[in-house]
Design a protein around this ligand. Structure first.
Ligand code: ADP
Ligand code: MG
Length: 728
């Protein structure tokens, strides 16, 4: 066994769970480190409080004097709980978060020290932004971008730093981050949904999109993870044969959580609670060492921030517990990968979940309105929604028979399918009083408040209705939820806006009553969006064929999936809904394609290192051992002895074949990369990486994994799956 592997295994075997001190009730700890409304009431003057609340609920501007007051109060509070630094916390297009810490500390001209943090620092900052991806929006020579305070997501103290959630924009106003477009999308869905919700309740003045994510992840012992260059550099194992025991016994799912993992989770949950992340559920997932964490749902912008913060906190706490946490969508071959379901709904400021059936026909008509409009929106923009979850790592998962396919479809269950079928039969134009009664009492009125049918979940569906929310299941475990949430809320906003216009036109021109008009339009939507509804097995081949017949997109890789972003239909959508300008969309497409290329490029380089630096030398060393053995046997028995024709010689030959093929394939892969790198056009280059380079990876891996079985376990340099995957 290589020294590295041996050391890592012995180190990992010595680990014990770290005892975590309990600190009273969760609810007492909740949001202790967050500058939320409760703290604002304590620390702000009435004027300042009203002004911040105005900014949160109606997007009004906070003037500079008030900002100074808020900054002063925030600083005092933060210092009182141990903060020494502050940072604008933002989401550049890299997909994760960025921060640059500054001390509160400042020097006065007379050399005396002072704790300084004013409205200016709170509201706006100018990080040196030249190294963040901008997709060409900002030339590096004029690398000016600034971060601006997002008062709708409360500031928090993490460790000893006051973190202020911000958007990141260029000086010419373009968004350089994932948060700004999300905020715009949430604003547009609020506007459109409020207008429609007013048909049913005049008191509604705001609608919030809600998001409840479910984060899947793997925990690997730190020493073992560091013994594998591929895990450290790419987040996944590029080679490695399946362990004899994987997930086939289904004994990990919902099983007893290993002690070491439990103590990690306890500390993580404690930290999350202090940071105001309402974590609720933890359990083992399907694959060994795989777990899930889910919070109570929140307003979407806050939920997105909380998910990003969680991933960050998780990495830090995992490190303390001698774990490496893997968010990669497919870290191991042969066992399940990780996703992040996005549960989504719309909620009014009167406390009503618009996707929840109610106790009266009118409430159910409201439910059906939002339900059917969402279906229609996804049908119209299915390809765009799919593009929002595209990434090099998620490509391994989508369509891999453990995760939904790359085809978007909606599962609504038998009960609701039946309701939609009945509604489809509504006659056009005015309804007779009998028809209306029939509809209201026997169709709409019969939708029960709790949809039992939806407990029979179709796990193969990428977009499923689960009783009072939709669940988007294709999102990758690493993905910033802001991306799918921006698209989903934008397309629903656009759809609701069109719906309102159509209903109002029917009321005005055909003299229909409001509910008649609503029924009429919904009926049309049910008819025209039928192809997106699919309740069958999403993993089956027949569905691939059927989806093709229905003209649903099936973009199996990222470069293909991203193309739709700049289609005229998408650009028009973003422009009309004021979510992104054409420049911003093009920049994002460019950044995503670049990221895809770089990802695969790094993997290619690591393959090269692994093959030439680890696999070939070890294999040749073992082959030499066998050759020496055969030569010895020949000396003893003579070359013609019967035992010398099979056995060792056959192994030597098999190994020789793999060595030869491995070298040829690896070299061919490197050549293909050189060729791809010469392509100027980013899309063409990404396609070349996808079509001409990725196939070599599969082949290289196959040879390495075969060799892993042939070569002496004692010599094998890389920690094996059976050693990586079973923490105690
Ligand atoms: P499960 O799907 O595991 O049976 P639940 O249905 O309770 O469990 O919810 C799963 C996830 O859905 C949780 O993260 C929860 O916060 C989220 N969720 C529940 N209701 C909503 C809602 N109205 N909007 C958004 N997310 C929601
Ligand atoms: Mg779920």
């Amino acid at each position: 066994m290589s020294e590295q592997r041996f050391k890592a295994i012995s180190e990992s075997q010595k680990r014990h769970p770290i005892a975590i001190k309990e600190e009273g009730r969760r609810s007492d700890l909740f949001a202790k480190n967050v500058f939320n409304e409760e703290k604002m009431i304590q620390h702000l003057t009435k004027d300042a409080l009203e002004s911040v609340k105005g900014a949160i609920f109606s997007g009004s501007k906070i003037d500079r004097k008030i900002a100074d007051q808020v900054a002063e109060a925030m600083k005092a509070w933060a210092i009182s709980i141990g903060a020494t630094h502050y940072t604008h916390w933002f989401q550049p297009l890299t997909g994760s978060t960025a921060e640059k810490h500054d001390a509160f500390f400042d020097l006065l001209p007379n050399g005396r020290a002072l704790e300084k943090f004013g409205g200016g620092q709170l509201v706006q900052q100018e990080p040196d932004a030249s190294s963040f991806p901008s997709g060409g929006i900002r030339n590096t020579f004029e690398a000016r971008g600034y971060t601006a305070w997002d008062p709708t997501s409360p500031a928090f103290v993490y460790d000893t730093t006051l973190c202020i959630p911000t958007v990141f924009v260029s000086y010419t106003g373009e968004a350089l981050d994932n948060k700004a477009p999300l905020l715009r999308a949430l604003h547009s869905v609020d506007e459109a949904a409020t207008a429609v919700a007013k048909y049913f309740d005049k008191n509604v003045s705001k609608v919030n999109a809600t998001l409840g994510w479910e984060q899947e992840y793997f925990l690997i012992d730190k020493a073992l993870a560091y013994s594998r260059p591929d895990i450290i550099m790419t987040g996944r194992t590029l080679i490695g044969g399946a362990a004899a025991k994987g997930q086939q016994l289904d004994d990990h799912y919902f099983g007893v959580i290993p002690q070491r993992a439990i103590s990690f989770m306890k500390e993580l949950e404690k930290e999350c609670t202090k940071l105001g992340i309402p974590v609720k559920t933890r359990h083992n997932e399907v694959a060994p060492n795989q777990f899930e964490l889910a919070p109570v749902f929140e307003e979407a912008n806050l939920a997105v921030d909380h998910n990003l913060l969680l991933m960050d906190v998780m990495e830090k706490i995992a490190d303390k517990h001698h774990f490496k946490v893997l968010f990669h969508e497919k870290p191991f071959e042969g066992i399940n990968g990780s996703g992040k379901h996005n549960n989504w709904s719309l909620q009014t400021d009167t406390g009503v979940n618009l996707l929840s059936p109610g106790s009266t026909p009118m409430k159910n008509l409201q439910f059906l309105t939002f339900f059917i409009n969402t279906i229609k929106a996804v049908d119209t923009y299915e390809e765009l929604l799919r593009s929002s979850i595209a990434s090099a790592s998620n490509d391994h998962r989508l369509g891999a028979n453990e995760a939904p396919p790359a085809i978007l479809s909606i599962f609504i269950g038998k009960q609701l399918s039946h309701v939609l079928d009945e509604l489809e039969g509504v006659s056009q134009g005015k309804l007779s009083p009998e028809e209306k009664t029939e509809l209201k009492l026997n169709v709409v009125g019969k939708i029960p408040e709790i949809l039992l049918d939806n407990t029979d979940r179709n796990r193969t569906s990428p977009f499923a209705f689960t009783g009072n929310k939709f669940e988007m299941r294709g999102v990758g475990s690493k993905t910033n939820c802001a991306k799918p949430m921006t698209i989903l809320n934008t397309i629903v906003a656009k759809q609701l806006r069109s719906f309102k216009k159509e209903v109002d036109t029917l009321i005005d021109t055909k003299n229909l009553k409001k509910d008649e008009a609503v029924f009429n339009i919904l009926r049309e939507y049910i008819k025209t969006s039928k192809r997106i509804r699919f309740d069958g097995d999403g993993y089956s081949d027949t569905w691939q064929k059927e989806a093709k017949r229905r003209k649903l997109s099936n973009n199996k890789n990222t470069p293909k999936a991203l193309q739709v972003l700049t289609a005229k239909k998408s650009l028009d959508l973003f422009k009309t809904m004021k979510v992104m300008s054409e420049t911003e969309v093009r920049a994002r497409q460019e950044v995503e394609l670049e990221a895809y290329i770089l990802h695969i490029q790094i993997e290619g380089r690591i393959y090269n290192e692994l093959v030439y630096g680890h696999i070939l030398p070890t294999t040749i060393a073992y082959q030499n051992k066998l050759i020496k053995n055969v030569t010895g046997l020949k000396e003893i028995y003579g070359a013609a002895h019967r035992t010398l024709s099979g056995g060792q010689l056959a192994i030597i030959e098999q190994i020789a074949e793999h060595i030869d093929a491995l070298k040829k394939t690896t070299d061919a892969m490197t050549e293909a990369r050189k060729k791809a790198n010469k392509l100027g056009d980013t899309h063409k280059k990404a396609m070349a990486y996808c079509e001409n380079i990725l196939p070599y990876f599969t082949e290289i891996r196959m040879h390495c994994d075969k060799l892993e079985r042939l070569v002496d376990n004692q010599l094998w340099p890389l920690t094996k799956y059976r050693e990586l995957l079973f923490i105690k």
